[in-house]
Design a protein around this ligand. Structure first.
Ligand SMILES: [Zn+2]
Length: 342
């Protein structure tokens, strides 16, 4: 019954008007142009609904949501130095979260084995009651929480490969042992959070996994952290759903990040997570985050979609472990003994 992979989108993404800003509507148009030239790589396009208010309130406070709505209805404004709200931003953010939630429902209904929810604004910096870093509502967090609350899941994994630390997602699930949050991000870089020593709190200790990498890191660093750390973690945690905070600002051409990931690198990371999904019988869904080189973004999203559809192949689970991989596994073995290489 599993049919075509699904692509979730909504026209309001184009109306979230940030002015002269790297996070701009041209990003969506560049992706659309690339995918359209490639027949959408077999993905079926769906229009995303707005998120239900109660679903959004499971992550964000009512007061915060009302505040975003008021600024938006009032014509917009700056929430901080780089986070802009326009008249149509509230609607766009509702559909960005709604698309991620809809994607989770379709994945869990087994309507599709993998899917991509592509909207603006991005979400992973948004905290429960604060907008940050171009983000209003934390779509991936809202979708993960929905999977727990409405669909009765017990274990959701979120891999965040955006070049920036997903501080919002990190904090929202900080004390949860039901969401395994794994972030690979450049350090130092905005927002300055996500040191390796931030491992979660309370019951959630060990379920927040921060993997900071140096500026200049490319495919081998990102892919080895996925294959040798994120994949073994997934094998131990056994998620029932895998979500990817898919940002593309670790691309070598990105103007905001200083990393050097190529299209092939994003493809390899996607392929590894699809293998995880296949072997654990967990569906895999991507939620678009950043990515500010229009060409790099468009070609990398296309590479991700193509990779998700390729025959599933085992990742490089036993390759040489870099010092970064060794250090991460040694640290994590405290909670995940299977990761010990000794
Ligand atoms: Zn980013």
């Amino acid at each position: 019954m599993a049919s075509a992979p699904l692509w979730l989108e909504h026209p309001s993404s184009l109306r979230h008007d940030t002015g002269a800003h790297p996070e701009r509507a041209a990003r969506m148009l560049a992706i659309e142009r690339e995918l359209s030239a490639r027949g959408w790589l077999g993905f079926e396009r769906l229009t995303s609904p707005a998120v239900a208010r109660a679903t959004l309130e499971a992550v964000h406070t009512a007061r915060y949501i009302n505040g975003i709505e008021e600024v938006s209805v009032g014509g917009g404004g700056h929430l901080d130095l780089d986070t802009v709200v326009s008249e149509d931003s509230f609607e766009a953010a509702l559909h960005a979260a709604g698309g991620a939630v809809q994607m989770v429902d379709l994945l869990l209904d087994r309507a599709t084995p993998y899917a991509f929810s592509a909207h603006r604004p991005p979400g992973h910096h948004a905290l429960r009651s604060r907008a940050m870093g171009f983000c209003l509502f934390n779509s991936v967090a809202v979708a993960a929480q929905h999977a727990l609350d409405a669909r009765g899941l017990e274990r959701v994994m979120i891999l965040d490969w955006d070049v920036h630390h997903g501080n919002g997602t990190n904090d929202i699930f900080h004390d949860s042992d039901r969401v395994l949050f794994v972030s690979i991000h450049q350090s130092p870089l905005y927002p300055g959070t996500g040191p390796a020593g931030d491992v979660g709190s309370g019951l959630g200790q060990g379920f927040t996994v921060n993997l900071p990498v140096a500026p200049g890191s490319g495919d081998s660093v990102f892919c080895s952290l996925v294959d040798r750390v994120a994949v073994p973690l997934a094998q131990s945690f056994a998620p029932q759903l895998v979500l990817i905070s898919a940002g593309y600002d670790a691309h070598r051409d990105d103007p905001l990040g200083e990393c050097a990931v190529s299209e092939a690198g994003f493809a390899r990371m996607a392929r590894s997570m699809r293998w995880v999904g296949e072997t654990l019988e967990a569906p895999v869904g991507c939620v678009l985050e950043g990515g500010y080189s229009l060409d790099g973004l468009a070609s990398s999203v296309a590479a991700t979609l193509a990779a998700l559809g390729e025959p599933v192949a085992e990742p490089d689970l036993d390759g040489d472990a870099s010092p970064l991989v060794l250090a991460a596994r040694e640290r994590l073995a405290h909670w995940w003994p299977e990761l010990s290489l000794r």
